[in-house]
Design a protein around this ligand. Structure first.
Ligand code: KG4
Ligand code: ZN
Length: 337
């Protein structure tokens, strides 16, 4: 009999529950986003997020079980994100998971949210170890050499903003809607990246570390210059800035990925995170993988962004290693892999 595991995720601004099996079937994956709740504040407000998680988690779990066509009695374990993330949200998830475990007698497995992202290509594509994972989202940016379900080596990452955060801030600077990534990508399609000069941060330095805050500042300067010269931001100029910014991010990510692949010497490059949805960035990464002779794996977007199926799956991987948590499972705001 294959395992059937319930996953619970509430570490940022998505409340999620999912049921996944040991033979890699996602029986359900319910995600209740909170974008509308935080829209007026220009970022995720921890207190609002925690309340929303507390209000919605039980409904999400109910819906995930119903959509999967199972009851608590059919489960073999309960997996929950125990960090890293916004502590109020993580606590809400961990408390619910503990309550369910105590009430049913099911084993409880605490999962690192980043491990959830990093192990997703094993759920979606069944890839073996080792592989290189590039995690690029609104909150994360790192290269992970993945050698086992609990064996992660960080080869590098951002020293300031995550790329998704940079896309969101650039959108705000240019008067585009949030989330900024898709808006900037759409605008970039009408622009000419060669029309503006933007830096390629940290490219001159060895290693796989990245930086995006300087790029954002350079965009601010371009915008101010354009406004001063034309009395406002012309549509064409906005498109050119978006195209130039997107190309700079794609080039930097591609070059650092090439270096990480050289370091890791693995047969697969996998990506996860919302920024992996960007077509220009995805194409640049695919090109690097092809040039380096490695397979490129990108899970479907719904499993690339925050979800609970990845938590259930990481729980299954840990469960198989014999990992169990007790009622002393702690919610951890910081939890490096
Ligand atoms: O993985 P995700 O849903 O959430 C976390 O940050 O954990 O990623 C969301 C981020 C946002 O910053 C959003 O602007 C960015 O991913 N994003 C994109 C695109 N779609 C989403 N960035 C660039 N291009 C896109 N098409
Ligand atoms: Zn995430």
């Amino acid at each position: 009999m294959t395992l059937t595991v319930l996953g619970i995720e509430s570490s940022c601004d998505d409340t999620a529950a999912a049921v996944v099996t040991g033979d890699r079937r996602v029986l359900s994956s319910v995600v209740a986003g909170q974008a509308a709740l935080h829209a007026d504040f220009g970022g995720v407000v921890p207190e609002i997020a925690a309340r929303a998680h507390a209000e919605r988690l039980d409904h999400c779990v109910e819906a995930a079980l119903a959509q999967a066509g199972v009851t608590l009695r059919d489960l073999d374990a309960i997996a929950v994100t125990a960090g890293p993330g916004l502590i109020g949200g993580v606590m809400a998830g961990v408390m619910l998971a503990k309550g369910l475990a105590a009430g049913t007698g099911l084993p409880l497995v605490g999962v690192n949210h980043l491990a959830g992202h990093a192990l997703t290509p094993r759920l979606t594509d069944g890839i073996g170890f080792p592989y290189l994972m590039l995690l690029v989202s609104g909150g994360h940016c790192q290269f992970l050499l993945v050698r086992g379900p609990e064996d992660f080596t960080r080869l590098g990452g951002t020293i300031d903003d995550a790329p998704g955060e940079a896309f969101d801030k650039v959108a705000k600077l240019l008067g585009l809607p949030q989330p900024g990534g898709p808006a900037v990508e759409a605008e970039a399609a009408r622009g000419d990246p060669a029309a503006v000069a933007l830096p390629r941060p940290l490219l001159d330095r060895p290693g796989c570390d990245l930086s995006f805050s300087g790029l954002k500042t350079a965009v601010l300067r371009l915008r101010d210059q354009a406004v001063a010269a034309d009395g406002g931001l012309r549509q064409g100029m906005r498109a050119d800035i978006c195209a130039g910014f997107q190309q700079a991010v794609a080039e930097v990510l591609a070059e650092k990925t090439r270096r990480a692949l050289a370091l890791a010497a693995v047969p697969v490059l996998a990506v996860a995170g919302g920024v992996a949805a960007n077509r220009a960035i995805r194409a640049a990464l695919e090109q690097v993988a092809e040039a380096e002779g490695v397979r490129f794996v990108a899970p479907p977007l719904a499993l690339c962004t925050d979800n609970a199926a990845m938590i259930a799956w990481a729980g299954i991987e840990r469960f198989r290693l014999g990992h169990r948590d007790g009622m002393d499972l702690a919610a951890r705001p910081r939890w490096p892999l």
